[in-house]
Design a protein around this ligand. Structure first.
Ligand SMILES: [Zn+2]
Length: 461
């Protein structure tokens, strides 16, 4: 259960104020150098694909990167706006492939919060923490979401780039009971048989969706509520999606389901096998088929060794009021009081992650399980490293590989022709992954995010 449920609803006035100030922030940013050239020099450049340039420059024009590296300086026009970064580190903005926008209201949670204003707020929360692209997976109210996405494409809304992935599932099934038990929940696109699966994928493709989600999970079958999606149905989804260049991401948490899904064409997973250690057969399948896996370590509970207590972390305080913060520590078991079973499970998860590390991509599940937008991404990065990845591997998983997994080719690396989405850091995350938190500035679409203004809005009572 979310510790924040039913605590406090943001008032109409607070929401209105936030919206007004957000539009001011956008307008201010757009008064700047839109269309003009900007040169960021004297920086350590983490490219996002594993390359590092110890000292170089980044040249932008408008929202696009023109050049990266030592030559960017020479290519800059005379009237380029110049920023000497004095040795700071620049890395691509993060790409988060698994979150649930719209339901969290920071004091309350539910479908009633899925409004334009709340969705926009969540895009800005991600941007604040250096997340430039967000895929919201299967729980969005599509009419509201499409409207907000369109406004963002028009340039009227900033924040992280918003990608929608409609959800398909067994009738009455789909996401976890927190969502499905909500009396006003709009449900998933039901796929009861292979024919309906084919039709649904065709309809979603016709509406322009390039990403969609399926749930293959029996968690609620035990409660009599949800029948696990049958293999002939998900095979129909995956096969049809191929014809429309639609990328399907499958929610599955067991090794058996992962193998069955890869066997019929699944290439992207939300969740890694949590039930058992991965075996050689699975690893071979994953490598042969270039499968992408979102481990979603954010689901680690407050009783396990890898849990990161957000309520003790000043980096988290930026986006919550003191009363929300206070409510968060219930149920926390500090390391000394944890069970042996929890330790065994954590060790197994860490070993699975290490075995799969060349296939791992960033996703937080934030907005569904009581984790918080943007902040959760830095927790995930830290867990990647604690579980055995190098900081560079963790950054690649969270930038270029996450983008490639979904064909989001404009983001994820610092390279000529790519989107000008990047983070300026005061310390080098290759020395310590916690340095991704040392954010000086965030730029999305070549525009500086007004973090101070956002922080002031979120932390007031
Ligand atoms: Zn999720």
């Amino acid at each position: 259960m979310n510790p924040l449920s039913n605590r406090r609803r943001p008032s109409y006035i607070r929401t209105l104020f936030l919206l007004l100030s957000l539009s001011t922030a956008v307008a201010t940013a757009q008064d700047g150098a839109v269309g003009g050239e900007q040169l960021f020099s004297n920086a350590r450049l983490i490219i996002g694909d594993g390359q590092l340039i110890e000292r170089g420059s980044l040249l932008l024009r408008g929202d696009v990167i023109l050049a990266v590296g030592p030559e960017a300086e020479a290519l800059a026009s005379e009237d380029a706006q110049r920023h000497d970064l004095g040795g700071q580190t620049v890395m691509p903005a993060l790409v988060n492939t698994h979150a649930h926008l719209g339901w969290e209201a920071y004091g309350d949670w539910g479908s009633q919060h899925f409004t334009d204003a709340n969705l926009i707020d969540h895009l800005y929360r991600h941007a604040y923490y250096g997340v430039g692209t967000i895929i919201s997976t299967g729980s969005d109210k599509e009419d509201v979401a499409r409207r907000v996405k369109l406004e963002q494409q028009r340039g009227n809304i900033g924040g992280a780039r918003y990608h929608l992935s409609p959800g398909m599932g067994s009738p009455g099934g789909g996401p976890n009971p927190r969502f499905t038990d909500d009396p006003d929940y709009w449900g998933v696109h039901p796929v009861a048989d292979p024919e309906q699966a084919v039709r649904t994928v065709q309809e979603l493709a016709a509406q322009g969706y390039g990403i969609a989600k399926i749930w293959v999970d029996s968690r609620d079958e035990r409660r009599g509520a949800q029948v696990k999606l049958a293999p002939e149905i998900y095979r129909a989804v995956l096969g049809t999606a191929l014809n429309y260049d639609m990328r399907i991401i499958a929610h599955a948490t067991t090794l058996t389901d992962h193998k069955a899904l890869v066997g019929v064409g699944a290439r992207r997973f939300i969740h890694m096998p949590y039930d058992t250690a991965v075996d050689q057969e699975y690893l071979d399948m994953v490598r042969r088929n270039n499968v992408y896996i979102v481990p979603t370590l954010g689901m680690i509970t407050k009783r396990e060794p890898y849990y990161v207590p957000a309520f003790r972390d000043p980096f988290f305080y930026d986006q919550v009021s003191p009363d929300v913060l206070e409510s968060l520590n219930s149920g926390y078991q500090p390391p000394g009081e944890q069970s042996a079973a929890a330790a065994t499970r954590s060790a197994m998860l860490a070993e699975n992650l290490r075995m799969l590390k060349e296939h791992i991509i960033l996703g937080t599940d934030a907005g569904a399980v009581g984790d918080f937008f943007g902040y959760a991404d830095h927790v995930e990065l830290a867990l990647f490293v604690r579980m055995g990845m190098t900081p560079m591997e963790a950054i690649v998983a969270s930038t270029s590989r996450a983008a490639t997994a979904f064909g989001l080719n404009e983001v994820g690396t610092l390279a000529a022709g790519k989107a000008a989405d990047f983070v300026v850091l005061d310390a080098n995350p290759l020395d310590d992954i916690a340095n991704t938190r040392q954010i000086d500035e965030v730029y999305i679409r070549g525009q500086r995010v007004d973090r101070e203004d956002l922080r002031n809005n979120w932390t007031q009572d």
